[in-house]
Design a protein around this ligand. Structure first.
Ligand code: ATP
Ligand code: LTN
Length: 330
């Protein structure tokens, strides 16, 4: 039996190699066997301030990145969240199912609202996981591939689906999260205890998918390492080098043992040179493809139109059931 897979990326800032390893690369693989929806979640992006003009540009860039990473529009449904209004509709209805206490416990909300305090935090930021639950539940999703940071949101989705089903009758499929083992969390090149994040202030913390070869080399050579020497995989004792090895593994397919053997007796300088070249070899073609897709907006728009129509048909069928179960309308 085929699974139904749903996942999404926010069109905020530049996508980085953490997004690629933790999300896109995995999706391109999953679509070979399952029925997939890959969404550009622009309505999630606006839970923090965005420049409207830049947001529009980034939405198309993310679409190009999806395609460049190997998402095949003939196999998978690729669409923009705000073009299927059933997402916000179900998001609101699920707001009436979720509880304050559940949302207050979400670590992403706690982190993102920390700066200004919860009094000044946007209500959208607070309700963010409920919209995410709506995204997932509209399509009878069985599998949600995400990075570790999103696990809590998928767990909340499961709770909300069950609660709704108990109250209003079987309506939603309870989805399972899917976390990749190695590299579920790629860490910052500058602070190995923080995840590589689009919102990091330091450019040096992340390898962006659009970085040129020299920038990749520079960032890797300046990446922090650990106080002990030796290229060995030990996330507890050697978090910085283990993170770089994880990236190496994803770029080359080599196991940690193979990487350790290849760099036995060598210093971090040699390892970093090898890593930079491995990234360039793997990511260079992806970068070229992003450019290629962006240079042909007509084809890109056709793909997004078709994705929107297919997604909307499924979402509306589900909403008809939901509205009826909840007693809305006539
Ligand atoms: P921000 O940190 O600015 O909120 P982000 O970099 O986490 O943004 P998202 O759009 O929230 O980007 O995430 C897109 C996908 O990439 C998600 O599946 C997320 O779990 C995954 N992801 C994000 N950062 C990493 C990372 N450092 N390592 C692995 N996967 C990641
Ligand atoms: N919150 C996710 C993006 C996202 C998502 C989703 C992921 C929005 N809706 C539904 C999986 C399924 C993030 O920030 N990475």
């Amino acid at each position: 039996m085929k699974d139904i897979v749903f996942s999404g990326v926010q069109p905020t800032r530049n996508l980085h190699i953490g997004n690629y390893i933790g999300a896109l690369k995995q999706w391109a693989h999953i679509q070979q066997q399952h029925h997939c929806y890959f969404c550009i979640v622009d309505e999630h992006a606006i839970t923090v301030p965005q420049d409207p003009k830049l947001l529009r540009e980034r939405i198309l860039t993310v679409a190009a990145v999806y395609l460049a990473a190997g998402i095949d529009p003939k196999r998978s449904i690729l669409f923009i969240q705000s073009e299927v209004p059933q997402h916000t509709e179900l998001g609101w209805l699920m707001m009436t199912v979720a509880k304050m206490g559940e949302l207050e416990r979400m670590t992403q909300y706690k982190d993102k609202s920390k700066k200004g305090g919860t009094v000044g935090a946007g209500v959208g930021l607070f309700g963010y996981p409920v919209l995410m639950a709506a995204d997932i539940l509209l399509y009878d999703t069985t599998i949600v591939p995400v990075g570790e940071d999103q696990l809590q949101h998928v767990e909340l989705t499961r709770v909300l689906a069950r609660r709704f089903n108990e109250k209003f009758g079987e309506t939603f499929v309870v989805p399972q999260p899917l976390i990749q083992k190695i590299g579920a969390r790629i860490m910052s090149l500058q602070k190995p205890d923080a995840k590589m994040s689009k919102s990091d202030e330091s450019e040096m913390a992340s390898i962006f998918l659009t970085d040129d070869n020299d920038t990749i080399r520079k960032k890797i050579m300046r990446a922090v390492t650990d106080s002990t020497t030796g290229v060995t995989f030990d996330p507890e004792k050697k978090p910085a080098v283990s993170n770089l090895m994880t990236i190496y593994h994803h770029m080359t397919g080599q196991t940690m043992k193979e990487i350790e053997t290849a760099y036995e007796g060598k210093g971090y300088g040699d390892f970093k040179k090898g890593l930079a070249e491995a990234i360039i070899t793997h990511m260079g073609p992806v970068r070229d493809k992003i450019e290629h897709y962006l240079s042909d907006p007509t084809s890109l728009n056709k793909i997004l139109d078709s994705g929107r129509d297919k997604a909307a048909a499924v979402a509306e069928a589900k909403m008809k059931v939901v509205r009826e179960r909840m007693g809305l309308g006539r």
